[in-house]
Design a protein around this ligand. Structure first.
Ligand code: 13P
Length: 255
């Protein structure tokens, strides 16, 4: 339960927002606002803004990520983007398994695993998202479900590669709804995720892995969530689209 053993990471998931020009404007505002942050800072922009984002963030403390990646290296996969295409641009991170991709784009635990492995093989850092729906929470299966999602997502991922894996716990009912999980609810599931990591890789790897919370996290609730022993950062949607709101969360994480 030693937070000093792992990185605190605040990542913005911009989802399908901002043109490349708007992205550049937001980054111009973000750079001074998060300069000297006491945690790692990542922004995951749409594919179309990645070149501009990488260029703008060079020499700053902001790292750039994508929101999805295909698992094949190349070929007849119309509309898809490979891991090598991302690393070639200078992108360092990618999100896999976001609930919106599971819900709207037929993402399964198996494809999350394939994407995660392809991204790791290419040298990317991967933010793997897991989380239960409201029905699943009400059915009392949250822990089993999240354990299963973690186990399948990480099939074939080595202990060494785990140094480049972050797990994001995002309860689906808390995403974009303004209904945040309580700090205790977030802690309970993040601790369960760390237990499953310990079963898979041993306690040292589990203790060294960053586990984020995501779902309506904002400047007002960040302190309480981040104070929890197993909450090592946040994956921020709505509040990452405004420089001041995102910077306030970064500041809370750096305390
Ligand atoms: P919100 O912060 O808008 O609830 O989104 C969370 C999220 O899905 C981040 O990936």
């Amino acid at each position: 339960m030693d937070k000093a053993k792992r990185r605190t990471v605040i990542a913005g998931n911009w989802k399908m927002n901002k043109t490349a020009r708007q992205a550049a404007e937001l980054i111009d505002a973000l750079i001074p606002a998060v300069q000297g942050a006491g945690c790692d800072v990542v922004i995951c922009t749409p594919f179309t803004s990645l070149p501009a984002a990488v260029e703008k963030c060079k020499g700053t403390n902001i790292h750039v990520g994508a929101q999805n990646v295909h698992f094949e290296a190349n070929g007849a996969y119309t509309g898809e983007i490979s891991a090598e295409m991302l690393t070639d641009l200078g992108v360092e991170y990618v999100i896999t398994g976001h609930s919106e991709r599971r819900q709207y784009f037929a993402e399964t635990d198996e494809t999350v695993n394939k994407r995660t492995r392809a991204a790791l093989a290419a040298g990317l850092q991967v933010i793997v998202c897991v989380g239960e729906s409201l029905t699943q929470r009400e059915q009392g299966v949250t822990e089993e479900l999240v354990r299963l999602q973690v186990k399948i997502a990480l099939q074939g991922v080595s202990a060494q590669e785990m140094q480049r894996v972050i797990i994001a716990y995002e309860p689906v009912w808390a995403i974009g709804t303004g209904r945040t999980a309580t700090a205790d609810q977030a802690q309970e599931v993040c601790a369960a995720i760390r237990r499953v990591l310990a079963e898979l890789y041993g306690q040292d790897v589990a203790d060294a892995t960053t586990i984020q919370y995501g779902g309506s996290m904002n400047a007002g609730n960040a302190d309480e969530l981040l104070a929890k022993a197993d909450v090592d950062g946040g994956l921020i949607g709505g509040a990452s689209l405004k420089a001041d709101a995102f910077a306030a969360i970064v500041a809370a994480a750096g305390k």
